[in-house]
Design a protein around this ligand. Structure first.
Ligand code: KIV
Length: 267
């Protein structure tokens, strides 16, 4: 846990962490109450991921998430966090059409959502877009390897093994000015080599222990989401079971006339 007056995490802190070899931590977050809880831990960054399409909205993938959805959830998260860096995901088709549109949309996540940085998927093809957004002083986190917005082309959520292409993508993102890059579902050896060769921090998910940091979807980490159970997830709690047991007990106590008790009544 951190002191209540801990210093806010900044984009330069990410670079400093890489330089001194301190591992970075990021988890997804989509709402105010959870943001407050997470901000009291030592997690470095909260990612308002477009994974909200799956864990919050119940879709099979992230393709239908809109910019308004992410602005809304980012606003909720921003109200709850005074310390962690808030990174907002750019949804599918909000940055692929052209760089001007991408900049306008990134700007909404900062101005309306209260994000400190944005994340977008893609390597070499997105380099000019990253440059454009960064030139407006909006920090960008890249995302290469398995890019979930490309699942129609990739054929599903699979480990990506085209090592030369992934290496070039990661380098292009760094050269374009991104302050960090997510490496998703790639062989651990490749992730380690990319991490050693890039000047910016790498944040791995399904990319092994050789990255500069790690990210997980919070609902996976807490055992609250069973639709997909990727091998790279470690469940640090079984909050799904705890939630079901608590609500079941509440139902039983209401039905048995045990809740509310006298201590819950106004007199
Ligand atoms: O949307 C998301 O949650 C992500 C992480 C899995 C990196 O992009």
């Amino acid at each position: 846990m951190v002191a209540p007056d801990a210093k806010p995490v900044t984009v330069p802190d990410f670079q400093a962490a890489k330089s001194r070899g301190s591992r970075l931590t990021m988890v997804t977050c989509y709402d105010y109450a959870t943001s407050r809880l997470l901000d009291a831990t030592s997690v470095d960054a909260l990612l308002v991921g477009d994974s909200l399409g799956m864990v919050i909205q119940g879709h099979p993938n992230s393709l239908s998430v809109t910019l308004d959805d992410v602005v809304y959830h980012t606003r909720c998260v921003a109200r709850g966090a005074a310390r962690a860096l808030i990174v907002a995901d750019m949804p599918f088709l909000t940055y692929q059409i052209n760089a001007d549109e991408a900049l306008r949309h990134a700007g909404r996540l900062i101005q309306e959502g209260g994000a400190h940085a944005v994340k977008l998927e893609g390597g070499r093809r997105m380099a000019a877009t990253i440059e454009r957004i960064v030139a407006a002083d909006i920090p960008v986190m890249g995302h290469v390897g398995l890019t979930p917005q490309s699942i129609r082309r990739l054929g599903g959520f699979r480990v990506q093994r085209d090592e030369a292409a992934i290496f070039e993508d990661a380098r292009a993102v760094a050269d374009a000015g991104a302050f960090a890059v997510v490496l998703e579902c790639i062989p651990a050896g490749l992730a380690r080599r990319i991490t050693e060769s890039l000047p910016i921090p790498t944040i791995g998910i399904g990319a092994g222990a050789g990255c500069d940091g790690q990210v997980l979807v919070l609902h996976d980490l807490l055992g609250m989401f069973d639709d997909l159970q990727p091998r790279f997830v470690k469940r640090y709690a079984e909050l799904g079971q705890t939630l079901r047991a608590a609500v079941q007990q509440y139902c039983e106590e209401v039905r048995a006339g045990k809740f509310p008790g006298p201590e819950h009544e106004f007199r």
